[in-house]
Design a protein around this ligand. Structure first.
Ligand code: A2P
Length: 340
């Protein structure tokens, strides 16, 4: 049954990806409403060969809408998700606004799809780095119970939106041309040819020295895996890559699991592609993950410094599985549940 869909933040990096995925997955849409700020009102966007006009988001934007996909930042979600719910829509929210609320499901369909049915009008889409990590870790947790995770991320600039891509591209050209005085407008330091251990770039560090992105990885992992006993520590880092997050993940398990067993698990895990042929220099790369749906895993090794440890290299398209695709998979499951 075709439904009315609203996309909040349609003109952003994730918003554009929403449209691409809705198109290719043949999502059953009766009416599509594209919403953004006043700056974009009147702008035309293409969907399934037709022109759509972007409308300014308001509290009246959701009349008749069945599913609202939000990706315009946490403050917009906090303000407008309640209006959408009041109008009868179910919201899939890509922001961090409601993720840790007890009565809001935080869902990765390969990990905890059963949570979707418990929603009260909003389902939260997790943080991009967390999504790809838990897709990879779920089969290991089921087989050997993960006790501890140590993760370091190498995150693409598109996670910070279209402006961040623009800054990386302009700054790269400026450095290459040897010009002085490039005016940064987003990142606190040069991102071109550099690596910044601060995500998000505009947030103060917390009193314990962590960033909010690191805390998201720690807290959201436990909530999605449904296991508060997993110990997690994270260092999140921005690298000069446009698209595709990479992660070095070290896990300690309760039960011994060998690298060969982990590879076998990944070869049949949903949403995972095993890319692990070091002799032929085959391992996951951000450039290969762009535009793909899966989480790619490779460099699988036993951690020889402890009894039960595994090292992994995990890569995925942060705008797809890390954001728009995961949200649309949730929306598809919602539709199945209401149809059933
Ligand atoms: P706009 O393009 O009109 O600014 P990104 O993450 O790529 O920066 O995109 C953010 C998205 O959120 C854009 O679609 C942006 O719309 C939207 N957005 C930002 N501020 C608002 C707002 N006040 N009301 C509605 N949409 C907003």
């Amino acid at each position: 049954m075709a439904v009315n869909i609203a996309v909040v933040g349609a003109t952003g990096a994730v918003g554009e990806e929403f449209l691409r995925i809705l198109e290719t997955r043949k999502f059953p849409i009766k009416e599509l409403r594209l919403l953004a700020s006043r700056r974009s009102a009147g702008k035309k966007m293409q969907f399934r060969g037709a022109d759509y006009t972007v409308q300014e988001l308001s509290k009246h934007s959701f009349q008749g809408i069945k599913i609202a996909l939000f990706s315009a930042g946490a403050s917009i979600s906090r303000e407008y998700v309640p209006y959408a719910i009041e109008s009868g829509a179910v919201c899939v929210d890509n922001s961090s606004a409601f993720r840790m609320d007890d009565d809001v499901p935080l869902v990765v369909p390969e990990v905890n799809p059963q949570e979707i049915a418990k929603h009260h009008g909003v389902i939260a889409n997790p943080n991009c780095s967390t999504i790809q990590m838990v897709v990879a870790l779920k089969p290991i947790h089921d087989a050997a119970r993960i006790k501890r995770i140590v993760v370091s991320t190498y995150q693409a600039v598109s996670g910070a939106g279209l402006k961040a891509i623009d800054e990386l591209q302009k700054e790269t050209m400026s450095v290459l041309s040897g010009k002085e005085g490039f005016k940064r407008y987003l990142f606190p330091h040069q991102i071109a040819f550099n690596v910044l251990p601060q995500i998000p770039q505009n947030n103060a560090f917390l009193s314990n020295g962590y960033t909010s992105e690191e805390l998201k990885m720690i807290n959201e992992t436990k909530k999605i895996m449904g296991d508060n006993s997993i110990r997690v520590t994270a260092t999140t880092v921005r690298v000069p890559v446009v698209r595709g997050h990479s992660e070095s993940v070290n896990v300690e398990t309760e039960k011994k699991i060998t690298a060969a067993e982990v590879k076998r698990l990944f070869s049949k895990a949903p949403g995972v592609t095993l890319m692990d042929d070091p002799a032929n220099q085959v391992y996951p790369l951000a450039t290969n993950a762009v535009g793909k749906d899966d989480v790619f895993v490779g460099r699988i090794r036993e951690d020889e410094s402890i009894a039960n440890g595994i090292n992994l290299w995990v890569v995925s398209d942060n705008l797809r599985k890390g954001a728009a695709l995961n949200a649309i998979q949730i929306a598809e499951m919602l539709l199945c549940q209401t149809a059933g």
